[in-house]
Design a protein around this ligand. Structure first.
Ligand code: NAD
Ligand code: MLT
Length: 525
């Protein structure tokens, strides 16, 4: 596996990647060169500067994973990545504390004119009066976006005895209460009340330019602004005018509309404090980010579930441990249908029963769809695009949960609609969490999924099992296990035979000719 790293990440992360992949570190690579060579790579690790857009993804014929060493994913075209089956992973938690601390550092520097005073004293002068500032104590801070970083900033500023009000229409009231922040129902309420405003939203269509002329006019005179989230959330041109007029007393900015930007009119103001997108740049954060992204990229390359996939459901570690064997089971259940039936599907209904229904089951559905579609679609199928591919084939996917007890502690039941009724299957885990298929189209069985299997449908009458044994012996096929099930005495029966290798077509043809056998399928799970 080959991975290209286009922006600086911690050496520990590079070393971790090298344990399992060939790694090329190409910092500052030109876009054209990247477009030309990306086809050779299975993984790419970026920060915020590399644009992983539709053009790059189209050129990346072998790409499986984009690792965003950091949080914001506005430089990655998620839709294009999803359609291409490329998993995008990031490290949202790893740098939040650093970003929150930098926010507060910038806020204090801005209120106390630290940077101007620093320049002043280093130029051989000693004057205190121009640098008189303000305390945070007793002031009102308005936090826009009360997610991970906004929340960390809130709790830290409460320790400064600030009154914290926050605007975030997408989180429950409970979070405001837990964080000790007063909820602003409307953005305008926050704008009118805050002495200092700090933004912590992602850059989206809605937040881009959200603080413009109208919003700044609604703020208190002498308000102070902080942006350690994404450039452009505060409109830079408008901010320049507001700094000139004195409406805004100071601005502390870590991020800019254009990055990198060695030159920006905002740098000319004495009352701006600016840093070159340093929010996440601490040794602690970068070590965490580097190792975390390396591990996730390697997991994704090995086809494993990852903890922070942005374009597929991801799982916290505790759920991951519990669900891993079920993922395998779901995928094997998925592989059954097209190996046994040749009819197109229009609907997949999956019911999760028992304890499993209390966990995040979304990834299990993806695993089922991956197993189902892999044998029949030409595109790469993986956890990322499985749902999209099902949709593109007009397959409705329905998931339901039933945590009440059944015959099994946990059960995954699937009903596949094919316009001709339904094909059913169910699976569970036995003993040491080993997968078992326990129902197949109405037959109760105990089927241990194996790499090579024969599924024989027959009439329940004497001699059939013996004939199969003989044919397998003649064909030198070793039978590992055999299970039989019937719906009634003398009725229809199903035989599941695990064999040690591929069963050739001539042997299958001989089995098909046995009196009483109605159907034979060699399947691989
Ligand atoms: P998060 O997803 O945890 O929180 C973002 C919050 O913004 C969410 O609660 C969301 O509901 C809210 N939000 C979205 N749209 C909104 C709107 N229109 N109005 C109000 N609230 C809205 O993200 P996070 O981890 O806290 O990161 C916040 C920002 O900080 C992101 O832009 C991220 O890219 C940036 N970041 C910057 C640095 C840096 O180096 N400067 C480091 C890390 C993160
Ligand atoms: C992030 O979103 O994580 C930050 O912008 C930090 C970074 O990429 O350096």
């Amino acid at each position: 596996m080959k991975v290209i790293v286009t922006e600086r990440i911690a050496e520990a992360g590079i070393e971790r990647l090298k344990e399992k992949a060939e790694v090329d570190v190409r910092l500052k690579i030109e876009r054209d060169e990247l477009l030309a060579i990306i086809k050779d790579y299975h993984g790419i690790v970026v920060r915020s500067a590399t644009k992983v857009d539709a053009q790059l993804l189209a050129a990346a014929k072998n790409l499986k994973v984009v690792g965003r060493a950091g949080n914001g994913i506005d430089n990655i075209d998620l839709d294009a990545a999803t359609a291409a089956g490329v998993v995008v992973v990031n490290t949202p938690e790893s740098n939040s504390v650093s970003a929150a601390e930098h926010t507060i550092g910038l806020m204090l520097a801005s209120c106390r004119n630290t940077c101007s005073a620093n320049r002043h004293i280093k130029s051989g002068k000693w004057d205190r009066s121009p640098f008189k500032g303000n305390e945070l104590h007793g002031k009102t801070v308005g936090i826009i976006g009360l997610g991970r970083i906004g929340g960390l900033v809130a709790t830290r500023l409460l320790a400064f005895n600030m009154r914290v009000i926050a605007y975030d229409p997408y989180i429950p009231d409970e979070r405001f209460k837990i964080l000790g922040a007063q909820k602003a129902e409307k953005l305008e309420d926050l704008l009118a009340e805050a002495d200092i405003i700090t933004v912590h939203t992602p850059r989206t269509e809605e937040t881009m330019g959200m603080l413009g002329e109208r919003e700044i006019a609604l703020m208190k005179d002498g308000v102070r602004l902080v942006n350690c989230a994404r450039g452009g959330i505060i409109q830079e041109k408008v901010l320049c005018s507001a700094l000139e007029s004195g409406k805004v007393a100071s601005a502390a900015l870590d991020v800019f509309e254009q990055e990198p930007c060695p030159d920006n009119p905002l740098f000319a103001f004495e009352n701006t404090v600016v840093t070159p997108h340093l929010g996440a740049d601490t040794f602690e954060a970068q070590n965490k980010v580097g190792i975390n992204i390396a591990e996730q990229v390697l997991d994704a390359l090995e086809g494993k579930l990852v903890t922070n996939a942005v374009n597929m459901p991801s799982l916290p570690d505790k759920d991951m441990d519990y669900l891993k064997p079920y993922m395998l089971l779901a995928e094997k259940l998925g592989r059954l249908y097209y190996q046994l039936e040749k009819r197109p599907i229009n609907r997949v209904e999956i019911k999760y029963r028992g304890g499993i229904a209390e966990h995040k089951t979304g990834p299990l559905t993806l695993a089922y769809l991956k197993g189902l579609l892999e044998p029949v679609v030409k595109d790469r199928v993986n956890y990322v695009n499985a749902k999209l591919l099902a949709k593109s084939r007009s397959i409705d996917v329905l998931e339901s949960l039933d945590s009440s007890a059944s015959e099994y502690t946990d059960l995954i039941e699937v009903k596949v609609g094919n316009g001709n009724g339904a094909f059913t299957m169910a699976g569970t885990l036995f003993g040491m969490r080993e997968p078992r298929i326990v129902e197949l189209n109405g037959y109760k069985i105990d089927m241990e999924p194996a790499p090579y299997m024969l599924l024989v449908r027959n009439e329940d009458k004497p001699g059939v099992i013996g004939c199969i044994g003989t044919i397998m012996g003649v064909g030198k096929i070793n039978i590992a296990t055999m299970r039989v099930s019937r719906n009634s005495r003398g009725g229809k029966a199903l035989m599941v035979i695990n064999v040690d290798g591929v069963v050739p077509k001539d042997v299958l043809d001989m089995v098909k000719k046995v009196d009483g056998i109605t159907d034979v399928n060699f399947i691989k799970l």
